[in-house]
Design a protein around this ligand. Sequence first.
Ligand SMILES: NC(=O)c1ccc[n+]([C@@H]2O[C@H](COP(=O)([O-])OP(=O)(O)OC[C@H]3O[C@@H](n4cnc5c(N)ncnc54)[C@H](O)[C@@H]3O)[C@@H](O)[C@H]2O)c1
Length: 441
Amino acid sequence: MDRTAKPEALQGLIEKFEDRTARVGILGLGYVGIPLAIAIAREGFPVLGFDILKERTEQINRGESPIKHFSDEDIAEILAAGFEATTEFNRSGECDALIICVPTPLYGSREPDLSFVRATMDVIAPHFRAGQLLSLESTTWPGTTREVLLPYVEGAGRMAGEDFFLVYSPEREDPGNSEFTTRTIPKVAGGLTENCLAAGLALYSAFVDTVVSVSSTEAAELVKLVENIYRAVNIGLANEMKIVADAMALDIFEVIDAAKTKPFGFDAYYPGPGIGGHCIPVDPFYLTWKAREFGIHTRFIELAGEINASMPQYVVDKLVEALNAAGKPLNGARVLVLGVAYKRDMDDMRESPSVLVMERLRDRGADVDYSDPNVPVFPAMRSHRFDLASVELTAENIARYDAVMLLTDHSDFDYELIRRNSAVLVDTRGKFHRDGGVVRA
Ligand SMILES: NC(=O)c1ccc[n+]([C@@H]2O[C@H](COP(=O)([O-])OP(=O)(O)OC[C@H]3O[C@@H](n4cnc5c(N)ncnc54)[C@H](O)[C@@H]3O)[C@@H](O)[C@H]2O)c1
């Protein structure tokens, strides 16, 4: 038997990827799906975007970007190239490749919530046809593609690797990082079979410069978790070192900046008011949950989670100390929080530690306001509520507060203005770390 012979369905699909005629469906038009749709459409592929939110698809079809770091021009460009957003999931049958990038959060019990992935599979599976490639990009536990997706795919005469192709390829998008693009971030892919991987490589290598293949979907799933656990653990370590340095009256930012001059064996991670976003606080617990099935307790993950989760309280305690030194109780104090998005120059507030700090301050009687150039009005959140709008940063406004806390160091803040006009300035980001009188937290 000729081992290099490819099934006809695979050959046809690869040819469509090579000549850019394959129609690609992106399921979930969020922080991951939008840049992916843009990158694939720019490569000349016809792209169809799916989302359950009608408002979102209508907004995109009007030429408005739903995400701050992509412009309306980016959206207009792909619309002109034929891109369309839709809520009609029966149209998934029109696509040669389907890429799933829907949310994978945790339940309150910290168990994986795969309901969005399952809901997507429920609506697209009835429209599967021979010759399609399905790729899961949502972050998840090792085994998901085989355990959860495969049963939807097989049956009705379809067989993975013969006439239907299934891959897992983790998303490595770093929102707001202008050094890298979808094309220049190497992409990892694992297939359910060799033919599945071949189909995945043909798709991804059309719009990504480097595609790294691994031997299974499980390996690809674990790659993503290891990357994010590495970050969570190192941030936890940096936060612990901050507490130690502070007790010794040392500045952790000065120490890390000097340590990182070592040209090998040290990667700089920085402390902060906690961890936020859809990934770092969430993904490690996908592995904790799965590892339990193998009788393994993931101690590093738990410990880093514990340290990182204690940071909002640590930061509040530093503020209380500083106010106390100024003869003021927290109860009744006016506090201005700078930065409510979880990350510099972003508008994303998911799991933002700033919100947890604000809640703790409010619970203890402080009068809390915030300023964030990227979040003009405090949005409706599932479990947090503040009826607030961003305070404009003027000298008079800053001076009205008993304390100012820098929680997210956006580039647009005028740091000199903040330093000059704050009565008490608490800095969790090392922005003012060489300035006397600033409270390091
Ligand atoms: N945001 C990041 O930086 C990042 C980076 C790497 C990986 N990831 C992973 O990518 C996945 C998506 O994350 P995101 O940040 O893009 O989420 P997001 O919330 O920004 O976007 C998800 C989109 O999916 C839509 N959606 C929900 N259910 C759907 C369904 N059944 N069918 C179609 N659309 C549906 C939502 O309406 C939303 O528009 C997650 O697994 C996440 O862990 C995210």
